[in-house]
Design a protein around this ligand. Structure first.
Ligand code: NDP
Ligand code: HEM
Length: 517
């Protein structure tokens, strides 16, 4: 389907520019190769032909290992509420401050050409170009995640991709992993609920999911979760509609975003935070840094911070959206990380991924470059296309007036817990509750959403071996008896109560069992 804005559809315009080779030599003929005689063959001195072919062969960079299919847009963030009691970040220093930003929405598991309407979490990655450096909020449209230890990320993602032998997607791989990793249940419940297939990117919320921190001018630290609430209202696609669109218009979400912005319907989100004082981290009923849990709104209400509005599509998809490189490690003074293990894994993983996918100097590309002044002693590397700091000293300390550290920006120390514990590999499942919040979500669904969620799960889980169904049903039962029984009934297992009991511990692979005391 040709887009009406593509070059295909635009009216003819006379050329005003000379065609040249990459090095600027004017081109006399861009239609005919140089051949020995009218019928060929082509001679080796046709540099122009070889340059075009070589450039073409190198057009693709590796697609992102996850979140490969995405859509970007530019916009603005405006501070609407005073949060200076929580943060000294200049961006938030006064109500009315604005900041340019770029967002990339994405699906997670599919390849670069996959359908936008898959049942899948959606990426919600934002780069705020602040006067103190770039702040990247690399979130999803769900407030929690499938796992809580980064050691399991690669294994989990393998189950969302293709089966090694057949190169097919496999429900068995997914449910095998999920049933053996019950910490996934909360996110699985969201994924198979109506919100599992958002209607485009404009009608969904975004969440930091992780806990981050904010630090005020007095050095006080508060832990926060970020929420981005859609002003367009939540809208989801029914399964049948999503399946139809996957064939008829796989770029549905890209088209929807592009056309809305083109029409001047600029989508916007209210930016909010939940705040937990540092003194409360051991009083909260769960680990506040556990990515599989939310902070209940009743305990930690959301506070308005600002509004984010998208008003411009990229001029060039590759230069901006494809080369955009987001790092959860990009924060600004007045902000901090948290002891969330998953977050620490991500702090290392993203810059490493960009160095592989784009190159050492990925952060010099215009879409990734900071807008504030600054300098350091990192130099050289492939494709260093700025001035490389000219003749300025490239070592530190130096006595030639090179950039120097400023102790005002030293990271604020923080505690991970009020008790002192040894450094070790702690079992993240021990004394943890993987079920209550998944059950809470189920219980707030109306009857229609309960039925649709149960059907979506049964349609997928029903494709897997019986032993996997049995184990997974036992998890649903621990979250909510009705949750399990609705799915069991759709799977035809409601007449067999043993299916809801799950397997004996001895039947489970070692990785799913708690260690012996
Ligand atoms: P609340 O009743 O205060 O919040 C329920 C929230 O659930 C709503 O505000 C909405 O979040 C969200 N929600 C509604 N339908 C769905 C759906 N189909 N899929 C995902 N989220 C949905 O209760 P609690 O704060 O105590 O949370 C109860 C459960 O709600 C949690 O276990 C969690 O699963 C879910 N939830 C909670 C969030 C939180 O930050 N507390 C955020 C999102 C979900 P929103 O306002 O963000 O749209
Ligand atoms: C993309 C790793 C968890 C959101 C990526 C990429 C990697 C990665 C390597 C590709 C980056 C690129 O090539 O540009 C990880 C690891 C995780 C993790 C190791 C856990 C340990 C999460 C979580 C979220 C998330 C919990 C959301 C809360 C995203 C988003 C993108 C992404 C939105 C796409 C960014 C873009 O649009 O370019 N992740 N991820 N990831 N991840 Fe994660």
């Amino acid at each position: 389907m040709a887009d009406k804005n593509s070059t295909n559809g635009s009216s003819p315009k006379p050329s005003t520019q000379a065609l040249t080779t990459n090095q600027g030599r004017p081109v006399g003929d861009n239609q005919n190769s140089v051949t020995a005689g009218r019928r060929g063959p082509i001679t080796l001195d046709d540099f122009q032909l070889f340059e075009k072919m070589a450039q073409f062969n190198r057009e693709r960079i590796p697609e992102r290992v996850v979140h490969a299919k995405g859509s970007g847009a530019h916009g603005n963030f405006v501070v609407t509420h005073d949060i200076t009691k929580y943060t000294s970040a200049k961006l938030f220093s006064k109500v009315g401050n604005t900041c340019p930003m770029f967002i990339r929405f994405s699906t997670v598991g599919g390849e670069k050409g996959s359908a936008d309407t898959a049942r899948d979490p959606r990426g919600f990655a934002i780069k705020f170009y602040t006067e103190e450096g770039n702040w990247d909020m690399v979130g999803n449209n769900t407030p929690v995640f499938f796992i809580r230890d980064p050691l399991k990320f690669g294994d989990f993602i393998h189950t969302q991709k293709r089966e090694p032998g057949s190169n097919l997607k496999s429900a068995t791989m997914m449910w095998d992993f999920w049933s053996l990793s019950p910490e996934s249940l909360h996110q699985v419940t969201i994924l198979f609920s109506d919100r599992g297939i958002p209607d485009g990117y404009r009608h969904m919320n975004g969440y930091s999911s992780h806990t981050f921190s904010l630090i005020n001018a007095a050095g006080e630290l508060h832990y926060v979760k970020w929420h981005f609430k859609t002003n367009q209202g939540i809208k989801n696609l029914p399964v049948e509609e999503a399946e139809k669109l996957a064939g008829a218009d796989p770029d549905y979400s890209q088209r929807d975003l592009h056309h809305a912005i083109e029409r001047g319907e600029f989508p916007s989100w209210r930016v909010q935070i939940q705040v937990m004082p540092e003194s409360e981290i051991d009083k909260f009923k769960y680990n506040p840094f556990d990515l599989t849990k939310v902070w209940p709104h009743a305990d930690y209400p959301v506070i308005d911070v600002g509004v984010m509005t998208l008003d411009r599509m990229p001029d060039n998809y590759f230069a901006e959206t494809e080369q955009a490189a987001f790092n959860p490690s990009n924060i600004v003074p007045g902000m901090g990380y948290s002891p969330d293990k998953m977050l620490q894994g991500r702090l290392l993983s993203y810059p490493d991924a960009h160095r592989y996918r784009i190159g050492t100097n990925y952060d010099l590309l215009p879409i990734n470059a900071r807008k504030n002044a600054g300098a350091n002693y990192n130099r050289d590397g492939a494709m260093r296309f700025d001035g490389n700091y000219g003749s300025l000293p490239n070592y530190e300390p130096n006595s030639f007036g090179g950039p120097a550290q400023d102790p005002r920006y030293t990271e604020r120390p923080y505690t991970t817990s009020t008790t002192l514990e040894k450094i070790a590999r702690y079992d993240h499942r021990e004394n943890n509750d993987d079920y209550t919040q998944a059950g809470d979500l189920w219980r707030l669904f109306d009857e229609g959403q309960k039925n649709r969620t149960a059907k979506a799960i049964a349609d997928s889980l029903g494709q897997t071996p019986l032993r996997i169904q049995k184990l997974q049903l036992s998890h649903f039962k621990k979250a909510d008896a009705e949750y399990a029984s609705k799915i069991a009934s759709l799977l035809g297992k409601d007449q067999h109560p043993e299916y809801l009991h799950g397997p004996d511990a001895a039947e489970l692979p070692a990785a799913a069992r708690l260690p012996e005391k």
